[in-house]
Design a protein around this ligand. Structure first.
Ligand code: UDP
Length: 321
């Protein structure tokens, strides 16, 4: 099959592209290299089943051409990472909404199937953990810029569901929860690559706040396998699905695990997130998905443990440092 992957040079995108090529498919990528990089795709950059267009998803004419040629579209391109979102309040909304609308419009025009990646950020400050897909969106005030991202992604979902209903567009919406693994950059705030790099350089491991906040971390390879399985399920079209691990861990425990596995001399320190972020930051206390829907649909259970993931990320950073 011929796939179009938007954001295919990014962390998750590049793993998805790699797997699609491995399975014998042809993959075209559009990426503006804002957070993605050529380094991420270096192992298949010269593969004859891979081609890359360096451009933005705001360029509708180019997008139309690419969508027209594809059999299926994976839409991953977005402004991501809390740090980047806070530093780019306009792009976080314009690229994430207008860009996604462009994809949906082009897919509807040529009647192409599409999978759209959304985010657990959508649940915001909802306290009813674990979150099922029909849980309420509870977001904070507009002066906390972080919520602009959740709002933009929520609009994407509304648009996609609207296209499904009104234009018959075959679309799947997947809400990703804290996906981690090799190639994830430490530059945009994400906790695991930051902790690993801090541990490997014997710098302080910076836990924000009390460290009692929780997240569930899943290996990018588990995510990519699931995405590819999902597109083969007719029942998935028109649905919103959570995808991630359901094993909740506090950020303090995560810091301790990283320190122990690396054998680092780093101190674990508790800092105010304002050291890294500006005023627009607000944290979420607990985040965990209810994954029964995706389990039922494709039998999803993560294969990799958090320890496996930490070791792999450590290996990745060790080679680079
Ligand atoms: N975090 C932390 N230290 C860091 C970076 C992040 O303690 O150096 C915390 C952050 O406050 C949040 C959690 O780790 O509670 C996950 O942060 P990340 O940005 O990776 O993802 P998200 O908040 O979107 O789940």
């Amino acid at each position: 099959m011929k796939f179009l992957v938007t954001g295919g040079c990014g962390f998750i995108g590049s793993h998805l592209v790699e797997k699609l090529i491995e399975e014998g498919n042809y993959v075209e990528v559009i990426d503006d290299l804002s957070t993605g990089s050529l380094d991420n795709v270096s192992s298949f950059l010269n593969n004859s089943n891979f081609s890359l267009v360096i451009d933005t998803i705001l360029n509708y004419p180019i997008l139309e051409e690419l969508v027209k040629k594809a059999d299926f579209v994976f839409h991953l391109a977005a402004v991501v990472g809390v740090k980047r979102v806070l530093e780019n309040p306009i792009d976080s909304i314009v690229i994430n909404v207008e860009g996604t609308h462009n994809i949906l419009k082009a897919c509807a025009k040529f009647n192409k199937r599409v999978l759209l990646t959304s985010t657990s950020e959508i649940y915001g400050k909802n306290k009813n953990v674990p979150f099922s897909e029909d849980a309420d969106i509870v977001i904070g005030t507009t002066t906390k810029k972080r919520w602009g991202y959740a709002c933009a992604k929520a609009l994407d979902e509304f648009l996609a569901l609207g296209y499904f209903e009104k234009k018959g567009l075959p679309v799947i919406i997947v809400r990703l929860f804290n996906t981690v693994g090799p190639r994830q950059s430490d530059r945009y705030g994400m906790v695991l690559p930051r902790f690993v790099k801090q541990a490997l350089t014997n710098s302080p491991i910076t836990v924000f706040g009390s460290g009692n906040q929780t997240r569930c971390f899943v290996h990018v390879k588990d995510v990519v396998d699931a995405l590819i399985k999902l597109i083969k399920k007719e029942e998935a079209y028109g649905e919103v699905l959570n995808l991630g691990s359901d094993k909740e861990i506090t950020i303090r425990e995560l810091a301790e695990m990283v320190k122990k596995i690396s054998g680092s001399n780093s101190q674990i320190i508790y800092v105010n997130p304002k050291d890294l972020y500006n005023e627009g930051f607000e944290d979420m206390e607990r985040r965990a998905p209810d994954i029964s829907k995706v389990k039922k649909l494709i039998g999803f259970t993560p294969k990799y443990t958090l320890e496996d993931i930490i070791r792999e990320v450590m290996e990745y950073y060790r080679n680079r440092l």
